[in-house]
Design a protein around this ligand. Structure first.
Ligand code: NDP
Ligand SMILES: CC(C)CCC[C@@H](C)[C@H]1CC[C@H]2C3=CC=C4C[C@@H](O)CC[C@]4(C)[C@H]3CC[C@]12C
Length: 483
């Protein structure tokens, strides 16, 4: 498809029917006008003191501490304790939990010159690609304040160029200088702590930028600085002409993850030669990234972009949690080569590819119905639709389509099941000796289950009784007949 494509306004998560934005399960209502006190009042309206203390302060603090520590401990367990959390726990507990944990952090060379140079070099490279690689113009959903984000759909090309450049760089390093990019695996702890610190600096900058120098009208404070830092103060920030969320989510998180998978596969090859478990896992992940970038314009309409603000959750998450936790399966496999044999390799690959296709197909059905105004076929028949209306903050009425057939008729978030099955397929090669490689799967399950609730709340606030109608016709959140 060439030329401009306008995204369905309906996908904007910030338009509400009768309540402020409750998309995160927190009553956010942060749609960017300057009336901070009004928003604070909204936040305070949502429950008693203890409810607010837990939801807007304690949970964010817990998540920030938990995610930072799990990213590092996962690496530390793999690097120093053969992937065993139990051994990791014992070695930390020996010194007293708090002291032991601090030792893990402080023993690592933070902001080392090497990690800073590699990270800065990569960021520069990614930004140059973002700017120079051509792509058709696509639009994000219009915000209630009338902002329509514009994107260049060049994700797939940037991904390919990055992977090819990595391959060429590795070839030159190896043949000319005897060096290898696998040094990133050897010194990954340094990278993680450096990324952690740099990402906090970015989040802090974004926090103040959202309050005092926002790029668009979608900004503001909830009145609670901790929650604001965690959730963000601006929806579509730009820094030096760069769209921050496109950079953090797509050009960093979702690109560094495949680079790490490639580095882990190389390291495994250097250590053990060809190990089919690593290659099955790596190939399935690579197919997942290719699918992601092929569909990147669709991703620009999802909650991550249209609802979640640029704060710790999304930005720090994509800069540190994705490289640290999402890429941890292949990191674990480096130290634990598992030979699957041809039958298991083929079975896992086949199930994984089917899961990937189903997930893509479900996302595609939703986009297709919206793009064609329902004039398309879904599973060979005319789509069953609910023509839902909703009202923008400005009072303007809009319409949108809710698909009730295809995968969207099985359950309201059926597409999360293939997402999980695929992740399982690329994790199973790790075997069942340790829990560490299953961290991603466990965390992903929590994120997706939580997301089914978040999305229901968001859509119910947006579509009101149309959403109730949809829920009556499709009563299950994720697993037909069960949940
Ligand atoms: N690996 C990971 O960590 C994660 C991966 N993912 C993947 O990302 C992809 C997108 O995620 P997802 O959570 O779905 O993001 P979305 O935000 O795109 O999905 C939900 C949105 O789709 C619209 N919608 C809901 N029901 C219908 C329907 N019946 N018909 C038409 N539109 C509907 C609503 O938005 P609207 O306002 O437009 O009506 C709703 O808010 C998936 O493939 C998922 O598996 C997701 C989360 C985590
Ligand atoms: C407490 C926090 C540190 C948690 C951070 C979570 C985020 C890093 C992730 C939350 C949602 C995730 C994603 C959503 C949808 C995606 C589409 C998929 O095709 C590829 C992965 C992803 C971009 C994924 C990436 C991580 C999150 C943003």
């Amino acid at each position: 498809m060439n030329g401009e494509r306008h995204m369905d306004d309906a996908s904007n998560g910030h338009v509400t029917r009768r309540q402020p934005d409750v998309s995160n399960g927190h009553t956010v209502g942060l749609n960017g006008n300057a009336d901070i006190s009004r928003r604070r009042a909204r936040l305070e309206d949502t429950g008693g003191f203890s409810f607010r203390l837990v939801n807007y302060t304690l949970v964010p603090i817990f998540l920030m501490l938990f995610s930072a520590n799990i990213s590092l401990l996962l690496w530390h367990a793999c690097a120093k304790h053969d992937g065993s959390f139990l051994a990791e726990y014992r070695s930390i507990a020996e010194q007293g939990l708090f002291r032991g944990l601090c030792r893990v952090w402080l023993d690592i060379d933070v902001l080392s010159r090497f990690s800073c140079l590699v990270i800065a070099g990569y960021c520069l490279f990614a930004v140059v690609l973002m700017k120079l690689v051509p792509g058709r113009k696509v639009y994000g959903p219009v915000t209630p304040k009338g902002h329509r984000p514009v994107y260049k759909d060049n994700g797939f090309s940037c991904f390919l160029i990055t992977m090819l450049t990595f391959g060429a760089l590795q070839f030159v390093l190896k043949t000319r200088y005897g060096l290898s990019a696998t040094v990133v695996y050897d010194r990954f702890g340094e990278f993680l702590v450096t990324l952690t610190v740099l990402s906090h600096v970015l989040c802090l900058a974004l926090y103040f930028k959202g309050l005092y120098g926002p790029s668009t009208a979608e900004h503001g404070s909830s009145g609670n600085p901790i929650f604001d830092y965690y959730w963000g103060t601006e929806l579509y920030p730009r820094l030096f002409g760069v769209d921050v969320k496109v950079f953090t989510n797509c050009r960093f998180g979702l690109t560094v993850w495949p680079l790490l998978v490639a580095i882990h596969a190389l390291k495994s090859y250097e250590l053990h030669g060809f190990v089919d478990g690593m290659w099955v896992s790596g190939a399935l992940q690579m197919a997942y990234f290719a699918k992601f970038f092929w569909w990147e314009a669709g991703y620009m309409r999802t909650m991550d972009i249209a609802v979640d603000r640029a704060g710790f959750y999304i930005c720090w998450g994509c800069l540190v949690f994705v490289p640290g936790v999402y890429a941890s399966v292949s990191m674990y496999l480096v130290g634990h080569p598992v030979r699957l044999g041809p039958c298991a390799s083929c079975a896992l690959s086949a199930v994984g590819v089917c899961a990937l296709l189903v997930n893509y197909w479900a996302d595609w059905q939703k986009l297709r119905v919206r793009d064609t105004g329902g004039r398309c076929t879904i599973w060979g028949g005319r789509p069953e639709l609910i023509r839902a209306s909703y009202v923008l903050e400005s009072g303007e009425a809009r319409h949108s389509l809710l698909l009730v057939s295809g995968f969207w008729g099985l359950a309201r978030h059926f597409h999360y099941i293939p997402e999980l099955v695929l992740a399982l397929c690329w994790t199973l090669p790790a075997g069942f000796v340790h829990l560490a490689p299953y961290c991603y799967l466990v965390i992903l399950t929590c994120i997706l289950i939580h997301r089914t609730y978040r999305d229901d709340r968001k859509c119910s606030a947006k579509y009101g009784h149309f959403w109730s109608q949809y829920c009556d016709r499709v009563p299950y959140k994720m697993i037909p007949g069960l949940f």
